[in-house]
Design a protein around this ligand. Structure first.
Ligand SMILES: [Zn+2]
Length: 96
């Protein structure tokens, strides 16, 4: 419907992928750093990461989101990513 695929780069593996396959983390001036989803209209500088434990772990260890967003990223953001990952895995296995 909306035409071409928008490619974004994962902060960890540097792979360029379809934006819809990546998770977006946004730095908002008002609320600080948020995950995409709850606020789909979030504006601000954003970073993308693959929904994989490897990329999320790597991003946490090497502070890649901090660098991409040029601000502090609290551990709760990484924790929320890990949680979302386990939820999506649970949903995928339930669907089978
Ligand atoms: Zn990645």
């Amino acid at each position: 419907m909306s035409g071409g695929v928008v490619l974004r780069r994962c902060v960890s593996c540097r792979e360029r992928r379809d934006r819809r396959l990546l998770w977006r983390i946004i730095r908002q001036s008002s609320d600080g750093v948020v995950l995409d989803g709850a606020t789909t209209k979030a504006m601000g500088r954003s970073a993308y990461v693959c929904p994989s434990s490897r990329c999320i772990e790597d991003a946490r260890r090497r502070k890649r989101l901090q660098r991409a967003l040029r601000c502090q990223v609290s551990d709760s953001i990484y924790a929320a990513l890990v949680e979302r990952l386990s939820e999506s895995h649970a949903a995928a296995s339930e669907a089978r």
